[in-house]
Design a protein around this ligand. Structure first.
Ligand code: SF4
Ligand code: MG
Length: 322
């Protein structure tokens, strides 16, 4: 069947200034070349260390920032070419949940207004009907209707994230982009929020793009995953295979360094050897070669091509598997 979302060759660079008097212009290659597809109702994980470009890729495909190059299709329709009413309609289908629920809410706006405003803007409902729908959404995320009349600062981090989830549902999306949805929360409430997301997924048939640095959470939540390194996907496939039997040396190191499931350590990505090179000066050849224990001669000079694996097992970009 046709994918819900297709991302092809997505690229996003940022120009920043550096050094004395900020005179040096530096290009940060945050997202270099990212391609993947998500089917209806599928949970797709994007994993990698901080700075690998996963959040930037998620924002660029939603056009919260404009990508430099590449293609994004929603049920075959060109998202990057959409303007005005078409873009508004497409945005309704894809909603985002942010890492920090507090920054995503306007502190001067009551929760009721935060939930009903998108319904009004998109002409879904207004007045008493919008308020009734907002109360039903709060109920769905486990909060009482009295929440409607209160302000964001009156809630805990976990409650705010529930409110953020309710708001993402106001427009009845088919895809939720969840960018590290629990990593800013207390460990004690992370599991509750993850269970809520999984229950919503099941009940509403939602697809997810789940961005995370936490391998155990991704394995639990996602059907398929892609591992990102310095702006590129280095391996992709069914979550169980990629996270348990990865082929790419970087994914293998993540797996081997991954702690045994321990709630107290959740949220910390294993430390693996070597520093992540700057995305302003990615190494030539395979970007992972300075850290790779399996590197061979050609790794320093040529970028490995994407190699598809047989029988729905995904693919990998590594000279050892070309
Ligand atoms: Fe390591 Fe070479 Fe594979 Fe890159 S291409 S991951 S350096 S073996
Ligand atoms: Mg991020």
């Amino acid at each position: 069947s046709e994918p819900l979302l297709e991302v092809e060759g997505l690229r996003k660079h940022f120009v920043t200034t550096k050094g004395l008097l900020r005179r040096r212009r530096v290009t940060v290659r945050a997202v270099e070349d990212v391609s993947f597809a998500i089917g209806a109702g599928e949970a797709f994980g994007l994993v990698g260390e901080s700075g690998c470009g996963k959040s930037t890729a998620a924002r660029a495909l939603l056009r919260l920032i404009e990508p430099d190059a590449g293609g994004v299709r929603w049920r075959g329709e060109d998202v990057l070419a959409a303007r005005g009413a078409r873009l508004k309609a497409l945005r309704r289908r894809m909603q985002i949940i942010f890492q920090d629920p507090y920054s995503a809410l306007d502190p001067r706006q009551r929760i009721g207004a935060a939930l009903t405003e998108p319904m009004r803007v998109h002409a879904i409902a207004s007045g008493a009907e919008a308020r009734r729908r907002a109360a039903a959404l709060l109920d769905e995320v486990g909060l009482p209707p009295a929440v409607l009349d209160r302000y964001p600062h009156e809630f805990s981090g976990g409650q705010r994230q529930r409110i953020g989830i309710a708001r993402a549902l106001t427009l009845e999306p088919e895809l939720i982009v969840a960018d590290e949805p629990v990593s800013a929360l207390d460990v004690s409430v992370q599991a509750q929020v993850l269970l809520l997301l999984r229950e919503l997924r099941r009940r509403r048939g939602l697809a997810f793009l789940f961005v995370s640095h936490d391998l155990s959470v991704v394995r639990w939540f996602c059907d398929r995953v892609a591992v990102m390194y310095l702006g590129r996907i280095v391996e992709e496939g069914p979550a169980a295979r990629v996270l348990a039997q990865p082929l790419h040396p970087y994914a293998q190191m993540l797996r081997d360094a991954s702690p045994v499931p321990d709630p107290a350590r959740r949220g910390t990505l294993p430390r693996i050897r070597g520093e992540i090179p700057s995305a302003a000066a990615p190494p030539p050849g395979c970007p992972f070669h300075p850290r790779c224990p399996q590197a061979i001669a050609r790794c320093t000079g040529s970028l490995p091509r994407w190699t598809a694996l047989p029988a729905g097992q995904g693919g990998v970009a590594c000279h050892l598997h070309g």
